[in-house]
Design a protein around this ligand. Sequence first.
Ligand SMILES: Nc1ncnc2c1ncn2[C@@H]1O[C@H](COP(=O)(O)OP(=O)(O)OP(=O)(O)O)[C@@H](O)[C@H]1O
Length: 290
Amino acid sequence: MELIINNLSKTYSNGVKALNNLNLTIGKGMFGLLGPNGAGKSSLMRTIATLQEPDQGSIHFNDIDVLKEKEKVKRNLGYLPQSFGVYPGISAQELLLHFAVLKGIKGVKPRKETVANLLHQVNLYKDRKKSVHTFSGGMKQRFGIALSLLGDPDLIIVDEPTAGLDPAERNRFNNLLSDISEDKIVILSTHIVDDVKDLCNNLAIINHGNKLINGRPSELMKELDGKVWQKRISKSEIEQYHSNYHIITSRLNEGNMLINILDDDHPGNGFSPVYPSLEDVYFSVINHSA
Ligand SMILES: Nc1ncnc2c1ncn2[C@@H]1O[C@H](COP(=O)(O)OP(=O)(O)OP(=O)(O)O)[C@@H](O)[C@H]1O
C-alpha cells in the first residue's frame, strides 16, 4: 500500500504558492504532516482527497491515478476535514446510517451492523441517540472518524483533528487513530509536534509549500544528535542569548528559561549537550526556512 506524490504545485489566484513542487512517498501506518499555519497542509490534504486540483504534478494511490480517477479514490478514502457541519436534531446513529447509504453500503441489516460496529469502535455507542450538534468537541471528532471509516477505506486523511480538545479527549482520539492505522494509510495533518511524536512512524515537515524534511521521527532526532545544547538562563537574559546564539526552543522552567540552541560545536559558556527532541527537529528546520 503506497501513496506517491510527484512534483505537486499549486498557486492560488491571489498569487499564494501553497504547494511548491512537492514529492512524498507515504506507506502503510500513520504519517504525520507537520507545519505551521499556512504551510500548505490543508491544500495538500484537499488535493489528495480530490477536492481541489493542483496546477502540476501527479498522485498515485496503489494503482489508482488520484487526479484522474476521482470516483475510485473516493470509494477508498475517508476524509476528516478541519471542521464539518452537522444538521441539528439528527442523531449520531441516523446520520451514520444516512451516510452509509451514500457510501453504497447495501441492505438495511448490513448498514445497521456497520454503523453499530463503528459507534462501538469510536466509543459513542451509548450516545448514539443524541444529536451530533450537542456533542463535545472530542465526541464530534470521534464521530467524524466513524464517518470517515464508513466503507472501510484504505486511505484516511485527518486535518488538525486534536485542535481544541482537552488532554483526555486528545489521548482518546489519538489512541483511536493509532488503532485504525494498523492496516491503512492514515495521514495526520497537524501543527502539534507531540501528536506526531507519539503516533507516527513517518513524517514530513512542510513550510511555504516546500517539503523541508522527511523521515522516521527517531532517525530525524538522531541526525541532530551532537548539535543541540541546553542552558538554564534568567528571563532577563533571553534577548542577549537571542543575539548571540541560534535558539531553537525556549520554555519557562521553575521561573527561569530553559533554552535549546543549535551549534555544530560545543558552544561553551555553561551549555550542556542534550538529546534532540522532535520539537528541536521541527523548530530547527522551520526557523531555517522562515
Ligand atoms: N482558496 C484559497 N485561496 C487563496 N489562498 C488560499 C486558499 N486556501 C489557502 N490559501 C493560502 O494558501 C496558503 C496555504 O494554506 P493551507 O490552508 O493549505 O495551509 P495549512 O498548512 O493548512 O494552514 P492551517 O494550519 O492554518 O490550516 C496560506 O497562505 C493560505 O492563506
